[in-house]
Design a protein around this ligand. Structure first.
Ligand SMILES: NC(=O)c1ccc[n+]([C@@H]2O[C@H](COP(=O)([O-])OP(=O)(O)OC[C@H]3O[C@@H](n4cnc5c(N)ncnc54)[C@H](OP(=O)(O)O)[C@@H]3O)[C@@H](O)[C@H]2O)c1
Length: 209
């Protein structure tokens, strides 16, 4: 698949590297073209312009939530594209969410950039987990929870997730991004606030007996 990664930070780099490893055609785009070129070169991807990034089959949005709408709009006409929103609307100290309950980052982005097929996902995956290709203890794949109002877009995102080694959990419609973003908030609290570290990931496992 032709995939664009918007953002060259921890998540953008990690995503692009895993996508390259899985054989996808990956374009890296960032606000700093020189940094995007360095990141792309380091992982065997291609640095691309905003316009080129907008032509990919799938666009992975890996910038802060506050910058997400502008970053997407800068790509030009992306109507119909599958956009995977990995953002979390975090407070400055990372210990809370700036929005929730009645909306979510994903729903706000979908509202501001109508016409894209938005999928919420991977926002519960720490950058450290994304950077490795480890399994959850017990041999389970790290889950990518995917929420979208488009079944087709969710299927495309699921195929992408599996291709880079994630398990997929269908998390329902885009409205459930409210839960996924809160889940990420809990993950961040447990990882940083409660000292579990960032080599952890939320997963639902069956209970025997
Ligand atoms: N880190 C995690 O473990 C994790 C896990 C799940 C989800 N997320 C979410 O993933 C997204 C990226 O996180 P990250 O950890 O990769 O952050 P990061 O390392 O700080 O990288 C952020 C990227 O966004 C760019 N950026 C920042 N402000 C921007 C703006 N105003 N306009 C355009 N681009 C801007 C940065 O550009 P410069 O390099 O030029 O500054 C950088 O490329 C965030 O929404 C975060 O909530 C993070």
């Amino acid at each position: 698949m032709k995939v664009s990664v918007i953002g060259t930070g921890n998540m953008g780099r990690g995503f692009a590297a895993r996508l390259v490893k899985a054989g996808h055609s990956v374009g890296v785009h960032g606000r700093d073209a020189a940094k995007a070129a360095d990141v792309a070169q380091a992982i065997g991807a291609k640095a691309v312009s905003a316009a080129e990034a907008g032509k990919a089959d799938i666009i992975v949005l890996a910038v802060p939530f506050d910058a997400a709408v502008d970053a997407l709009k800068a790509l030009g006409d992306i109507a119909g594209r599958v956009v995977i929103d990995i953002t979390n609307p975090l407070t400055a100290d990372y210990m809370g969410l700036t929005i929730g309950h009645t909306t979510s980052a994903a729903e706000e982005i979908a509202r501001a950039v109508p016409g894209v097929a938005l999928v919420k996902g991977f926002n519960t995956v720490f950058a450290q987990v994304l950077a490795g290709d480890g399994k959850v203890a017990g041999g389970h794949d790290v889950p990518a929870y995917l929420a979208s109002d488009s079944a087709e877009a969710k299927a495309v995102a699921a195929e992408l997730a599996r291709s880079i080694g994630f398990g997929v959990v269908d998390a329902g419609g885009l409205k459930n991004a409210r839960y996924l973003e809160a889940l990420a908030g809990l993950n961040i609290y447990l990882g940083y606030g409660a000292g579990l570290g960032t080599a952890v990931t939320p997963i639902w496992l069956p209970v025997a007996g």
